[in-house]
Design a protein around this ligand. Structure first.
Ligand SMILES: NC(=O)c1ccc[n+]([C@@H]2O[C@H](COP(=O)([O-])OP(=O)(O)OC[C@H]3O[C@@H](n4cnc5c(N)ncnc54)[C@H](O)[C@@H]3O)[C@@H](O)[C@H]2O)c1
Length: 455
């Protein structure tokens, strides 16, 4: 009873205060490429003004429009180039009175970019960081979708399911059990036991499949899975080999002639990771010689840029050879393409943008030091949060702490990544008239890139 009371009291004391930028301009967001409506509603619920469109924007359109926004949400088609970022972070002087009142004009520039997808290649991350713009994405929202696709591929390959379905569509009845197997009791070798590999491990065991994995890290196995010491050991023992590693120089052509020869006769290879991880001409040879009984491939070294574009030899010169092989499942990079994954991407990235705009948190940013502070509580009405992006050079903290020295610094945290450093500090007993003064003084420090105050 006593414990319950004390928990209730703690909760009521620790109600977080919702912070807002002290600048008086409302935050404006530009959301492109048909990002989920839940994300749009989440932004509107914060009181942000949201302009949203189903389409991508060209570089010229962005350069023209981006100056009016504090945040942009995109998927993979909109390119945020150096030119766009320069236009986005240029001081907007249209409102000359506001410009004079707030010389740093921090509130009149793009603050954050949200990539509502997995990759961030479409953004010039380095230039964004240099002008103080963190970029967020959602790298793991579709792990479950990929793991489920792999389970379906394991069963489809071992039952020659795609062959039979294709024959039926051609009007051919071909009932047979030769070369068709249950998956129960078979061995699955997972290469890369990260977000997807570990999810898959749990699902596979529920089917009675024995799971081995190989990873460069030592990872605690889930369930009865077992980590093996080398890729060769995994290839030697597995009936199904599935790849879940990132694309790195070390993983390029990680499965080639030697590794395919190390796989068991009649085994299957599944690649839902990245196209360059498998040497496809070598795979074609292993399938033609019947050393492998089948393969499922979702990702390719070169992929068409849009739906409807041909997947032929002009893109990858082995395409037609691969397409002609029996028991090969080819899918157009659909591993993570489910409505659930899209919804989770919308939730995760909108939350990251809201946390940055309202609380200054950069947890999960891809191009920025990751910094967060525990919340200012509702009772701490005169507390202000300083969010200071600066060049990573010596002497900055001394200068900033001199500005903050008349106040009680309740908590402070700073970190750096390359040329960029980021400091969060919560200071107490700040009168409204002090707020502008603090911001101006920090803005004048020589390493300042961007300073925001939240209260
Ligand atoms: N097909 C799709 O639609 C789709 C969707 C999502 C992700 N992916 C791809 O799936 C892959 C895995 O994604 P994830 O989210 O599980 O990544 P992750 O970062 O969570 O896991 C990757 C794992 O691979 C391990 N690894 C790295 N290099 C290795 C090596 N040389 N040998 C063995 N293990 C190594 C890492 O230690 C890590 O445990 C990525 O390439 C990703 O791009 C594809």
């Amino acid at each position: 009873m006593h414990r319950k009371d004390s928990i209730t009291t703690t909760f009521s004391i620790r109600q977080p205060k919702v912070l807002h930028p002290v600048d008086n301009e409302d935050l404006r967001l530009l959301i492109l490429e048909n990002i989920s409506q839940e994300a749009v509603r989440a932004f509107q619920a914060q009181g942000f003004h949201v302009d949203h469109s189903t389409k991508a924007m060209s570089e010229d359109e962005l350069v023209e429009k981006i100056g009016s926004y504090h945040a942009i949400g995109i998927r993979s088609k909109t390119k945020i180039t150096e030119r766009v970022i320069k236009a986005a972070s240029k001081v907007r002087c249209t409102n000359i009175i506001s410009f004079m009142l707030s010389p740093a004009n921090n509130h009149l520039k793009l603050l954050v970019i949200g990539c509502f997808c997995i990759g961030t290649n479409q953004v010039d991350l380095h230039t964004a960081a240099k002008v103080g713009i963190p970029v967020f994405n959602s790298p793991f929202s579709n792990s479950r979708s990929v793991a489920e696709l792999v389970i379906s591929e394991i069963i489809a390959l071992s039952r020659q399911y795609c062959e039979r379905a294709f024959e039926m569509r051609q009007g051919i009845w071909n009932k047979q059990s030769k070369g068709c197997w249950e998956v129960r009791g078979k061995t699955l070798g997972i290469v890369g036991y990260g977000h997807i590999g570990s999810q898959l491990s749990v699902l596979a065991e529920a089917f009675g499949i024995r799971v081995l994995f190989y990873d460069v890290l030592n990872i605690m196995p889930l369930g009865s899975a077992r980590q093996v010491e080398s890729l060769k050991a995994l290839l030697n023992e597995s009936d199904f080999v599935t790849l879940h590693v990132p694309e790195l120089p070390e993983t390029t052509n990680m499965i080639s002639t030697t590794e395919l020869a190390q796989m068991k006769q009649g085994a299957y290879l599944i690649n839902n990771a990245r196209g360059k991880v498998v040497d496809i001409p070598a795979l074609i040879d292993a399938l033609r010689s019947k050393h492998l009984a089948g393969a499922a491939i979702d990702v390719y070294p070169a992929e068409p840029g849009a739906n409807g574009a041909p997947f032929d030899d002009s893109l990858n010169n082995w395409s037609s050879a691969l397409r002609q092989l029996p028991n090969v499942i080819l899918t157009p990079h659909i591993g993570g393409s489910t409505e659930e994954a899209q919804r989770m991407i919308g939730e995760e990235v909108s939350l990251a943008l809201i946390r940055y705009l309202n609380f200054g948190s950069t947890l999960g940013a891809v191009n920025f030091p990751e910094v967060d502070l525990r919340a200012i509580t509702a009772e701490q009405g005169d507390h202000v949060r300083v969010c200071h992006v600066h060049k990573n050079i010596p002497g900055v903290l001394r200068q900033v702490n001199e500005v903050l020295s008349p106040y009680n610094v309740e908590k402070q945290y700073s970190d750096s990544k390359g040329d960029i450093a980021y400091l969060l500090a919560d200071i107490a007993d700040v009168s409204p008239s002090d707020v502008n003064k603090i911001r101006e003084l920090i803005n004048k420090t020589n390493a300042n890139i961007l300073t925001r105050l939240l209260a």
